[in-house]
Design a binder for this molecule. Structure first.
Ligand code: ADP
Length: 401
């Protein structure tokens, strides 16, 4: 079965075409600047030249049509006809409490995703645009939705509730939902397979650290706790997001600086984190370069980032009463030798010992960076959210056939 995985943003659309007979990627690409003049379509079929095309793409239906044109193009395509695509999988950020796993798209499912617009105002509306656009271009083809929150629906009430008046949960569903669930789920499964141990026997801390960053305590293969909360702002210090702070900071700053709700939201989501402390960049590469040159603001930004990450690892080891495996994944986790080195240097109390040479190895495959003596396995596992969505889509379409 060939299926298309779509990740639709408000002005962008990423796609990958899979052949599920061997889970190979036949083609992938990205449409950017949807709704603006000069939209860009970047397409690459496996084993063929990459193509970039600039045109006017005003909305998502046209974006998907252009993608399908490329997939069936004589020179750059991999399909004889669009009919070869037998299913479409969509990434949706927020599934609230309604979705504990991926689901086949129906009218009810779409209504539920719309009901959740409040909780993910930037992310859920484009997902609906993507689903509608795919339905228009491929009528009758089954569509599946995979949610970033679904994996975390196994959290216990004592973990997901905030200690605030309970009426806010009853009325507005204010609670911890978490994010990056597809990635935490994927890397924890790959970790168990790599170690050749049953997932159900392992206490794993998965560190998904990219621009956005979250940690999850995975016990018995289930998410027990995760650092992102009602929104993806809580938890670790990130590229431009503050992560944890005293909630009173918000009202205090709003009062002193006369900020509106949207201004304070923008401050905490877009102008905080590494960017705010370094004063120059949200990109960990720039921060570690600055630190290597002895630049004090980059050094402070790095130290705060590493310290907060390490504190979370410690708290999840406490939450699970131990840790067998620590997994690093996403942009920073997969690539930053120095972040992994500094974090692990301070985890010796848990029995963590990494091999500096293994830590420097670059590879696109799952790999161990801990020594044979280490009491905790430390792994670097490239995440693959698209593959996880493709697998769920394949399974759900088979089940509903
Ligand atoms: P997103 O959250 O947008 O999916 P990614 O997981 O792709 O992000 O991570 C992007 C981040 O990864 C970049 O902002 C950068 O800070 C970091 N990164 C990428 N390569 C490296 C590297 N070699 N060293 C350190 N950080 C890196």
């Amino acid at each position: 079965m060939k299926l298309l995985v779509i990740n639709a943003g408000s002005s962008s659309l990423k796609y990958q075409l899979y052949d599920m007979t061997d889970e190979s990627v036949l083609a992938k690409g990205l449409v950017e600047r949807i709704g603006m003049d000069s939209s860009i379509l970047n397409h690459k079929a496996t084993g063929k030249e990459e193509v970039t095309e600039v045109s006017e793409i005003l909305e998502h239906t046209t974006a998907i049509r252009k993608v399908l044109d490329k997939l069936t193009d004589k020179e750059h395509g991999v399909l004889n006809s669009v009919e070869e695509i037998q299913a479409v999988g969509h990434r949706v950020v927020h599934g609230g409490e309604a979705f504990k796993g991926s689901a086949l798209v129906t009218g009810d499912v779409k209504s539920e995703i719309r009901r959740l617009f409040d909780l993910a105002p930037l992310h859920n509306p484009p997902a609906i645009l993507g689903i509608n656009a795919a339905e228009k271009n491929m009528p009758g083809v089954p569509q599946v939705v995979a949610f970033d929150t679904a994996f975390h629906q196994t959290m216990d009430e004592k973990v997901y509730l905030y200690p605030i008046p309970k009426v806010l949960y009853k009325k507005h569903r204010v609670r911890r939902y978490g994010a990056h669930g597809t990635s935490h789920d994927y890397v924890s499964k790959v970790a168990a397979k790599y170690l050749n141990r049953p997932l159900e026997d392992l206490k794993i801390i998965t560190c998904h650290i990219g621009n956005g960053a979250s940690l999850t305590a995975v016990k018995d293969g289930k998410s027990m706790d995760t650092s992102m909360g009602l929104t993806p702002l809580e938890g670790l210090m990130m590229g431009t997001r503050s992560g944890d702070l005293d909630p009173a900071v918000v009202t205090f700053v709003m009062n002193k600086e006369e900020l509106s709700i949207s201004e304070v939201n923008s401050m905490l989501n877009k102008h905080s984190g590494l960017l705010a402390i370094s004063g120059s960049s949200s990109d960990m590469r720039d921060i570690t370069d600055g630190m290597a040159e002895g630049e004090p603001n980059s050094t402070l930004a790095f130290e705060m980032y590493e310290y907060r990450l390490r504190k979370y690892i410690g708290s999840y080891a406490a939450a699970m009463n131990g840790v067998d495996v620590i997994v690093f994944t996403a942009g920073v986790g997969e690539n930053s030798v120095v972040v992994r080195e500094k974090v692990c240097e301070n985890l010796t109390y848990l029995g963590v010992e990494i091999d500096p040479e293994l830590n420097k190895v670059r590879s696109g495959d799952p790999r161990r960076i801990s020594t044979p003596n280490s009491k905790v396995e430390v792994l670097v596992i490239p995440t693959n959210e698209e593959l996880m969505i493709a697998r769920d889509t394949y399974r759900i379409v088979q089940e509903n056939n």
